[in-house]
Ligand binder design. Structure first.
Ligand code: SF4
Length: 453
């Protein structure tokens, strides 16, 4: 990230919403999900039948796997994912069998082209909710379908309270390279009133044992602006994080999407503003975390991440996805990308399992972006790193991004967030801290549905 300064008289403040109201803030993909449709599902099915040969889809296109585990001990009040807290072991077994059967359906398709996964990601939900036997069954089955010997990274999301020592050992033994600990906060009262299932003691225990058994990378997730968060407590969270000395720290700003318990309560009480810190405060808290982490030797590596050793600590999943890799995604509600086509599975447990039991892919909706949309997708996702290479885009897309994005680039320059230095487009810290709302400037007009949060 650049610390480039801009002359104050060139800065025009962009529209800023102060309060945290309902809605999604985080931009995770492009075009927006509301443009993905069931009628486009045949397009992803066709993409799977094509051998690797087209310009954008060659044998060198990396392949990754995402597995969604939709189970949690409790539903957090800020959660907007599809999660189940009431499934018994036979239902979980049926789910794992369905996920493996789904993977098997993909592995027979021409688009695989002999590739093995370069990265694997277990997300959720709570992957660590699974028992050791369930995990062995799942990962053993996956490896027999698509071996992991070329995997550069295997990421596993965990809830600290689910991590008994023997389970952590099993997770390490199955080949996980990055353990991502959903700490979110270190204060028991804040964890409790936000509906988290774990307690602070469990964080310390799980972290210590994970370190002892040698995970190559341990990441700690924090959320700035949980209900009842205070400046004093946030500083303490940052201090405790640095004391643990994880390899990387991910900090998200609290958002309140429609399908959260917090929003349901707001609606019932007729409130428009969420009972959490406003955006300026949350950005200031993330900035505080980044600044303290930098003092402790970390480097800010994206809008959400600081890493201790930039040369050693990679985010293969993130970087390959943001460069257009194939993502073979299995599990309920999971999102994938194959041969330039986006897709998402059925979002409910029963139709998902039923489709698989009938031998069908459980895809619910899809979208084939055109070349310009693919360019926008990669450009905005890579901008979240705080820097991107113009040459990469010229070589890959055969266009000059400075011309294609002349207007939004100029706007972000005028606002004092962005500079272009040689081959690099650079965001300064202020721009990086609010990158998700700035990315809408690069969207096509028809996609600017939720312009600012
Ligand atoms: S642990 Fe994560 S996925 Fe599960 S309920 Fe909480 S926020 Fe949602």
């Amino acid at each position: 990230m650049s610390a480039t300064t801009v002359a104050p008289d060139t800065i025009k403040a962009p529209p800023l919403e102060k309060q945290t109201t309902v809605g999604n803030y985080f931009v995770s993909n492009y075009p927006p999900f509301s443009f993905w449709k069931p009628e486009f599902v045949p397009e992803v099915c066709s993409a799977m039948e094509r051998p690797l040969s087209t310009i954008n889809h060659q044998p060198s296109t990396p392949l990754g796997i995402y597995v969604h585990i939709p189970f949690c001990r409790k539903r957090c009040h800020f959660c907007y994912f599809k999660v189940y807290t009431d499934k018994d072991s036979s239902e979980i077994k049926a789910y794992i069998d369905a996920a493996l059967a789904e993977l098997a359906l993909y592995t027979s398709k021409p688009f695989i082209g002999g590739r093995k996964p370069k990265f694997i990601y277990f997300g959720g939900g709570t992957p660590s909710y699974l028992s050791v036997d369930q995990l062995k069954h799942l990962t053993g089955g996956m490896k027999s379908l698509l071996p992991w010997d070329e995997a550069e990274e295997v990421t596993f999301e965990c809830e600290p309270g689910t991590l008994a020592d023997h389970k952590l050992k099993a997770i390490r033994d199955m080949g996980v390279t990055r353990l991502s600990l959903g700490v979110e906060n270190f204060d028991d009262h804040i964890l409790e009133i936000n509906g988290r299932a774990h307690h602070s003691k469990e964080i310390a225990r799980a972290y210590a044992f994970a370190r002892e058994i040698g995970f190559p990378q341990i990441n700690i997730d924090l959320i700035a602006g949980m209900v009842e968060e205070t400046e004093v407590n946030w500083r303490e969270c940052v201090r405790k994080t640095i004391e643990l000395s994880p390899d990387s720290v991910t900090v998200y700003e609290m958002e309140i999407p429609y399908n959260t318990t917090i929003y349901q309560r707001m609606k019932a009480e007729g409130k428009l503003v969420a009972p959490v810190a406003d955006w300026d405060t949350k950005r200031a808290w993330v900035n505080y975390a980044f600044t303290e982490l930098e003092k402790a030797g970390y480097k800010v590596a994206s809008a959400y991440t600081a890493v201790k050793n930039k040369a050693k600590t990679k985010f293969v999943y993130r970087d390959k996805l943001w460069e257009g890799a194939d993502l073979l995604s299995v599990g309920v509600a999971s999102f994938g990308y194959i041969g330039g086509v986006h897709y998402q599975n059925h979002a409910d447990f029963d139709p998902y399992v039923a489709q698989i039991q009938q031998g069908k892919l459980p895809i619910y909706r899809a979208l084939t972006p055109n070349d310009d949309e693919r360019l926008i997708r990669e450009f905005i996702l890579q901008l979240k790193l705080g820097h991107l290479s113009l040459t990469y885009f010229r070589n890959k897309f055969g266009i000059d991004p400075v011309k294609r994005f002349a207007e939004p680039l100029q706007r972000l320059k005028d606002w004092g967030f962005l500079t272009i230095e040689g081959d690099q487009v650079l965001l300064n810290r202020e721009g990086l801290l609010q990158v998700d709302r700035l990315l809408h400037e690069f969207f096509l007009p028809q996609h600017r549905t939720a312009r600012y949060t």
